[in-house]
Design a protein around this ligand. Structure first.
Ligand code: TYD
Length: 205
């Protein structure tokens, strides 16, 4: 049996993660793998309650409170869902993980990255995803896609400058961890994005 792998999907809001996540899940299941699909913040009953607080656009909070709640939800998620699934040999796909904290709370909110490094070490030690797919789109295109879909949550309500910083932080991380983080140009037509996705995923399963 292929041992399970942990794959995370990242991108600014509107990058198209959800569409690609569904494709990826089907692809892996088609290969006979057991797949657990989950998301952050969230993925556990407590994590989903924290998610509701974090995304509630009527509730302002300090940037450090936001970061601490993200990592609190992550601690629970690792303990209850991610690590047990990997121990069973399942594959885990998470819609966002720690790179989002470096991008949104680090880049977007301006928290010092050594603060986030400390939280990362505390919550997950050396544990990292086996593969991170970063879907890159311009802020303008991401914004256009979000507006077409839903009412804005607390993050989506932010100004373009916020998302420019989030995107820049993602790009910086993709540059820093080129083995783990694979950048996919998500402004391409859907078929092209799927082709890239297929090429990348075929190398690990
Ligand atoms: P998102 O994953 O975009 O879900 P949906 O597609 O339902 O909108 O929403 C989660 C939001 O949480 C997103 O705006 C990014 C933010 N986020 C952080 O700021 N830090 C984190 O560590 C994580 C995991 C998410």
């Amino acid at each position: 049996m292929t041992p399970g792998k942990f794959i995370t999907l990242e991108g600014i809001d509107g990058a198209g993660k959800s569409t690609h996540l569904a494709w990826l899940e089907n692809f892996l299941r088609g290969r006979g793998l057991t797949v657990v699909v989950t998301r952050e913040p969230g993925g556990t009953p407590l994590g989903e309650k924290l998610r509701a607080l974090l995304l509630d656009n009527s509730q302002a909070m300090h940037a450090e409170t936001e970061a601490l709640l993200m990592f609190a939800a992550r601690r629970e998620h690792l303990d209850k869902v991610i690590l047990p699934a990997l121990a069973r040999g399942d594959w885990v796909i998470s819609d966002r993980f720690t790179d989002a904290s470096f991008a949104y709370q680090g880049g977007g909110r301006g928290l010092a990255s050594n603060r986030l490094d400390d939280l990362e070490r505390w919550v997950q030690g050396e544990f990292q995803p086996d593969l991170t797919l970063y879907f890159d789109v311009s802020v303008a295109l991401g914004r256009q896609r979000v507006n077409a879909i839903k009412t804005a949550d607390r993050f989506e309500k932010e100004q373009d400058e916020f998302f420019q910083r989030v995107r820049a932080a993602y790009l910086q991380r993709a540059h820093k961890f080129p083995q783990r983080i694979r950048l996919i140009d998500s402004s391409q037509p859907l078929d092209k994005v799927k082709e890239s996705l297929h090429d990348i995923i075929s190398t690990i399963c």
